[in-house]
Design a protein around this ligand. Structure first.
Ligand SMILES: C[S@@+](CC[C@H](N)C(=O)[O-])C[C@H]1O[C@@H](n2cnc3c(N)ncnc32)[C@H](O)[C@@H]1O
Length: 389
């Protein structure tokens, strides 16, 4: 008889995904790629484990030290991941019996060529209890790096900062885009953003595009009219291009990354691969331009929790320089009297107000969405008028 694998498929995938994320991978992409053959139940558990471990990593690492007597960062990376996964199942999920979580964790350690670590994993996880533990500071209690909490508190105040943290620690809601004239799926709930509906999960999307409500709030700032020439400069994977096309514009979609740009093929619009930090290759101007700039993504930590552990304050100046260069070249391609919207899914002023400050006299509208205060991801958008001649 063939021997069955003692590690469940969901835990195996969760461990593989977390290992890839440690190496720089993106949790959502890795889950999609590695979770392909899983049943929907296993895929759900794998997602819950990966996202939960990344969201609560600050607390989990404190618990590792608390129960093992060693700082988490002093442990081998894979052993640390196995302990995070085991602790998360024991202390944060109520439907997994501790003995099952321990057994599975020990098996993962054995199979990961960490046989010597299996004893350590077993010993540490057996000590874990469910009683409350006093967190040593706010950074651990909120499971966010201290520098991010401090800058959000300075920027938005402590109450809003706590709301951002709470939203980041919960799974995101699922919103879909329902174009005009189409009927939303049964059970979908209306939202304050026209065409945006709330569903229980991506499985309930009814074939409509899943797109966050914050993201859907940006395109209306363009005030698109039928027949206008529209350039989407950082377009991939095309959510906002698709939304803009609902208005009957003549769109061109551009992006730096060829593979990402290919995701727009079905939209039937001209696709242009370019680096918008350089002068744009168009011999004409556009009535409307969207710059949905590459950014830190600090408004999306609920769906991309690894960002908070990777980002460093010193990353911001380089991103700001990139965003400012893209915006400058985009404005050069804007028709007189046209309108450009600069947007990010970041909460950081360096990527938002500071980038558009040079054009402040031409800003006609600003949108700010903050997780916890507003539904969905955090977004910033500024609508800038073209010059009059
Ligand atoms: C926030 S994403 C855009 C999301 C997209 N607008 C949507 O709603 O589906 C930013 C995009 O900018 C692209 N990008 C990054 N640097 C760029 C550059 N220098 N020139 C053009 N595109 C760039 C990235 O490849 C990425 O697809």
């Amino acid at each position: 008889m063939p021997r069955t694998d003692p590690v469940s498929p969901a835990r195996r995938v969760a461990f593989e995904v977390l290992t890839r994320v440690e190496g720089g991978g993106h949790s959502g992409d890795e889950l999609r790629a590695r979770g392909e053959g899983l049943s929907s139940r296993d895929a759900g558990l794998a997602t819950e484990l990966v996202m939960g471990v990344l969201r609560f990593q600050g607390q989990l690492d404190y618990l590792i030290e608390h129960f093992s007597g060693r700082p988490a960062e002093a442990l081998d990376m894979q052993v640390r991941l196995i302990l995070r996964l085991g602790l998360y199942q024991i202390r944060y999920l109520d439907r997994i019996p501790p003995h099952a979580a321990i057994h599975q964790s020990v098996e993962i350690a054995k199979q990961s060529h960490k046989r010597s670590a299996a004893g350590l994993v077993n010993a540490v996880l057996r000590k874990v209890h469910l009683r409350p533990v006093d967190w040593p500071d706010l950074s651990v209690a909120f499971s966010h790096p201290e520098w991010l909490l401090e800058r959000w508190e300075d920027q938005y105040g402590s109450e809003t900062m706590a709301g951002i943290v709470e939203a980041n620690m919960a799974p995101p809601h699922t919103f879909i885009r329902v174009p005009p004239g189409r009927t939303p799926p049964e059970g979908a709930d209306v939202t304050p953003v026209k065409g945006c509906w709330l569903v229980d999960s991506a499985q309930e999307a009814g074939g409509f595009r899943v797109q966050d409500i914050g993201s859907q709030s940006v395109v209306p700032l363009l005030d698109l009219q039928p027949g206008q020439r529209f350039l989407d400069l950082c377009a991939a994977p095309g959510n906002k291009t698709a939304q803009a096309l609902e208005a009957g514009v003549r769109a061109v979609a551009a992006d730096q990354h060829r593979v990402r740009l290919m995701q727009l093929t079905d939209l039937g619009v001209p696709l242009v691969r370019l680096d918008a930090r350089r002068p744009l290759p168009f011999g004409r101007v556009f009535d409307r331009i969207l710059v949905d700039a590459p950014c830190t993504g600090t408004g999306t930590l609920s769906r991309n929790p690894e960002i908070k552990w990777r980002l460093r304050p010193e990353d911001l100046p380089e991103l700001q320089a990139r965003q400012a260069a893209i915006l400058k070249h985009a404005l050069d391609a804007l028709a007189p009297g046209g309108r450009l919207v600069y947007a990010t899914c970041s909460l950081e002023p360096e990527e938002n107000d500071q980038v558009v400050a040079l054009y402040k006299d031409r800003i006609v509208r600003i949108l700010r969405r903050i997780p916890g205060r507003d539904l969905g991801d955090g977004f910033f958008a500024a609508a800038i008028q073209g010059t009059t001649c």
